[in-house]
Structure formats: C-alpha cells, structure tokens
Design a protein around this ligand. Structure first.
Ligand code: G1P
Ligand code: ZN
Length: 538
C-alpha cells in the first residue's frame, strides 16, 4: 500500500561539490532522507524509469537503501538495479548506468569522509549521462526540498539485498547485481592485463590500501586473483560500516599504514590507495609520492602505452585548483585543454561532446571518458600498465616527466571549522582586494592576473564562478576557494604552486613558503580566523 506521509521541510538540503553530505545523525532525523529523495523525484519525474543504486556500505547505507527502494516504488519507478548488499563503488555505478542505459542512479556515500554514527552520510544523484546532475538540476531539487510537505512511500517488507537476481515489489522490478563483474570487464577492455600479469610474474610487488571501504573486493579480484599480485597485496580489504575507524581518504595524512610501508625499508615497488566509494586514488613508488596533479600529467603524456587510448585521445581537463602540469603536456601533444570549477560534474559535458578523454583534480581524482566519474582503480591500473610497458619505476617515470616539462611544486592548505559567516566575509573581502593587485609585485613574485575564476561551459553555455586565483609571471599560482563538501562549518582551501625548470629535489613545503606568506597576508587569514597555520596540509 502506498502511503502519503505529511512532512515539513528541512532547509539545509543543498547539494555541494558532490551531492548531499551531512552528519549521519542529521540524515537520521525523522523524514530527512525521505524528504530529500522525494525532492529529487519531484524534479526528475521517475515514473516508468530505471535507476542504478550503489553505495559504499557505510553506516546507515542499509536503512537508507530500503527507504529509497520503497519511495521509488511509490513514485512509479519501473526498475532499480542494485549492487549486492547495497554495495557498488561510484565508478562501477557510473559504468552500470551507461552500460544498462538507465535514466540515472543514486550512490549512497559521503566519499572519503569518515563513516559511522558520528561520521558522515551522503547521497549522490547521477543522470543518464552517468555523471552527477548539473548545478541547475541540484538547484531545482534544493527548491523542492524547501517547500516539500508530503512524500510517498510503499508500506512493504524489506528487500533481500543479498539475493542476486530479480525480485518484484508491487509493480517495480528490482535486480540485485554483482557490483564487480561488469566493472572488471570494462577494465580488461581498457588495459593490457597480459602485460601487467607478466610484470607480477617477474617479481614486481605492490600494495593497495582499500581502507576498509568499498574497493576491497574489487582490488582482491583484480590485483590478486586476476593479475597475480601476491596474496596479501591488498590491505584493509573488508568493507566496514565505520571503515574500521579509518578516515578513508587516500592521502599522505590518512593512509598511514600504506605510507609507513612505502617509506619503510622493505617497501614494495608500487603503492596505491582508494577512498570510501572508490573514486579517489593515491599513487606511491618506493619512498616516493606522486602528486595527483603530476599523476594526471603523466597519465596524459603516456596515453599511447594503453590499448584503449593508443589511437589518440581528445583533450584533457583539470579543475582550476589543480596544478598546471597537465597544461604543458596538452600543449606538447597539441590536444584540447580545459580548466573547470571544482567538482567532477563539470567534466561531463566535455566528455560527452568528445572535447576531452582524460580529466583530473588535485584532490586525488583522475579519470577518463570510459565513465563519467573519477575512478580510483582505473588510475592504479593505468600506472601499472605504464610501468609494465616502459619497464620503469614510479620514481623514474616521474623524474623523467619533470626533466621534460618542469616540476610544479604543489601543496594544499586547509583551514577547517571556520564559522560560515567568517568564511563568507573573508571571501568577499578577498574578491574586492584582488583586481587592484594586477601588475603589483609581492616578495619575489610579480602578479600577472588576480581574479575570481569564472567558467563558461562551451556546451550548455552556463557560467559558474568558483574560487579566486593569483597568477604570477613565473608560472606560480595561489588559489583560494571554500570547500563545497563540508558537513558542518566552512573550510578554506589555499592551493599553492611553484613552477621550477631545473631544481627538482627541493622540499615542497619550503618551495611554496613564499607563496603561503603572500596568501596568508592577502586573505588576512590569521586576523579573520585566528588560525596561524592550516589544520591539514596535503
Ligand atoms: C572536494 C575536492 C574536489 C572533489 C570533491 C568530491 O571538494 O576538493 O576536488 O571533487 O571533494 O570528491 P571541496 O570540498 O573542495 O568542494
Ligand atoms: Zn570519493
């Protein structure tokens, strides 16, 4: 029986950089999740349509999926394709949407944020493109959420999410699928699995940290069972509701077990980690870290080594905050190059219109037009394929890259937990201060351009402002922006890049120090936030 439940709106259901992300306890409030899902349905008119449902398995995933199923059935959805036990990584979900030509999909995740009752929960909504909905659609959903007074839900028993195959819930079909199989087929189609198998047969060693999150079973199957990496190469391989207490963000700060191993004396040849929902990646060599910005540039430069790309690629895109390393590669290869606001959804139009093949963000996201989300395991396989084809180590590949293109020393400084009004004032003040800086000198730098960054989408002609940038004459940069994924308070991100053409062995922190002083000074960070230094540096 379908029930129409009276409800009152919550006013904070605005989607950020990657869907709706909130504290679990916020999402668990009465009708909170239901309101949001119904608000989406009010906009997308789901009757007769088919959607994919995935999730990273975090706390509340199981409860939320059952609610989503029953609200979908009550709203006339024709069919849901759901990952077994409610698990499907973000990239695998995007693949499923495209492969099965569905009308879109939902991924229940707060990505790399901690999970558990005191952690975060979230929902990403993707359209038939396989990518997250546009800003315009999320604005419409937000408007709905502010006035919603009723949602529809089917009163029914819970669905058995562990049973593969098709079930019926009233008129809605539910297909529970293996979340891994189709994804692996896609990877086998892109990369030279035989070359990578040989690499492992010849004694190559790797370690992949799944951080107790969704990619564990994918990684065991691909790296250990299919490609032949030694058993035990995948760490933290069992998905846990609270990620075993880990903060499942693959960076030097949070992937400590992997980092200690890779910088220790018995380091394997190659190290990598993925985040909660499997779209982020970190790449390490023996005692060597590859910045995500460099990784994007290196993958792009080496596209011809990969079977699926060897006949040529369209262009490449990066988020504005990402370092300019890939711009130099694009220019050398004479391919299209785009800079977009932060958030993967901005790459989707560029991929759909065949303007780009590769894209990436400094926040450990890399991907290609094989799907419409960033893809952690794809990036790891890309590196393994380059290593197998070139016979070179991670460090060698990276150093040769710097020698050819220069090195963008790059660091990001995050100032967390700033009261929202303080952060907004800081940004407003900065926006006014920037234009007069054009042409001025600061320390050793001469400012070429200081501006609010505005992106004009070449496909749908929408215009989006996101962040501010100060470009120096020598190619160095300072970028400021507020995070769009904080689940409470505001985070100011300061991104610094210092371009060097011959000095490749310096300490990145020392290299960006001059830029950091300028950034702190111009944005009045200490005076406005009371913070003398960043809370997190990556
Ligand atoms: C952060 C990253 C951004 C990424 C997003 C989702 O968003 O900076 O690159 O797309 O998470 O993974 P932010 O909090 O900066 O808005
Ligand atoms: Zn993620």
């Amino acid at each position: 029986m379908i029930e129409n439940i009276k409800t009152t709106p919550y006013t904070d259901q605005k989607m950020g950089t990657a869907g709706l992300r909130k504290k679990s306890k916020v999402v668990m409030q009465p009708n909170y999740f239901e309101n949001f899902v119904q608000s989406i349905f009010n906009v997308i008119k789901p009757a007769g349509k088919t959607y994919v449902v995935g999730g990273d398995g975090r706390f509340y995933n199981d409860t939320a999926i059952q609610k989503l199923i029953k609200i979908a059935a009550a709203n006339g959805v024709k069919k849901l394709i759901i990952g077994q036990n409610g698990y499907m990584s973000t990239p695998a979900s995007s693949n499923m949407i495209l492969k099965r030509h569905t009308d879109g999909g939902f991924v229940l995740t707060a990505s790399h944020n901690p999970g558990g009752e005191n952690g975060d929960f979230g929902i990403k909504f993707a359209t038939a493109t396989g990518g997250q909905c546009s800003g315009q659609v999320s604005d419409e959903i937000f408007e709905q959420s502010k006035t919603i007074n009723e949602y529809k839900i089917l009163q029914a028993d819970d669905i058995k999410l562990d049973q593969l195959g098709t079930q019926k819930l009233e008129n809605m079909e539910i297909e529970i699928v293996d979340p891994i199989k189709d994804y692996i087929e896609l990877m086998e189609h892109i990369f030279d699995f035989n070359a990578i198998k040989k690499l492992f047969q010849n004694g190559f060693t790797m370690c992949f940290d799944a951080m107790n999150a969704v990619t564990g079973p994918y990684a065991i199957e691909i790296f250990e069972n299919i490609l032949g990496a030694a058993k035990g190469s995948v760490l933290n391989a069992t998905p846990k509701k609270d990620f075993g207490g880990l903060h499942p963000d693959p960076n030097l700060v949070y992937a400590t077990e992997l980092v200690n191993l890779m910088f220790g004396n018995n380091a394997p040849d190659f190290g990598a980690a993925n985040d909660g929902d499997g779209d982020r990646n970190m790449i390490l060599g023996k005692k060597f870290f590859v910045t995500p910005s460099d990784s994007l540039a290196i993958l792009t430069d080496n596209y011809a080594l990969i079977p699926a790309y060897k006949n040529g690629i369209f262009g490449v895109a990066k988020s504005m905050a990402t370092s300019t390393a890939v711009a130099r590669v694009a220019s050398a290869h004479n391919i299209g190059y785009y800079e977009v606001p932060t958030g993967w959804k901005y790459f989707v139009n560029l991929m759909d219109s065949k303007r780009i093949t590769f894209c990436g963000e400094e926040s450990f996201g890399t991907g290609s037009s094989h799907i419409r989300e960033k893809d952690g395991i794809w990036a790891v396989l890309f590196w393994l394929n380059i290593i197998a084809a070139s016979g070179k180590s991670v460090e060698q590949i990276t150093r040769e890259h710097w020698a050819k293109y220069g090195r963008s020393y790059y660091m990001r400084f995050d100032f967390d937990g700033i009261p929202t009004d303080v952060a907004n004032d800081l940004v407003q003040n900065l926006e006014q201060k920037l234009p007069p800086l054009n042409g001025q000198s600061k320390g050793e730098f001469k400012i070429k351009l200081a501006e609010v960054f505005t992106y004009n989408d070449p496909v749908d002609h929408s215009s989006t402002s996101n962040g501010m940038r100060i470009l120096m004459e020598d190619g160095s940069r300072i970028v400021f922006r507020l995070s769009g994924t904080s689940s409470s308070g505001a985070t100011l991100r300061v991104y610094l890049e210092k371009l060097e053409h011959s000095n490749f062995n310096a300490d990145p922190r020392e290299m960006v120090d001059g830029l950091l002083q300028i950034a702190m000074d111009i944005a009045e960070i200490e005076a406005r936030t009371g913070k003398k230094q960043a809370d997190i540096t990556t």
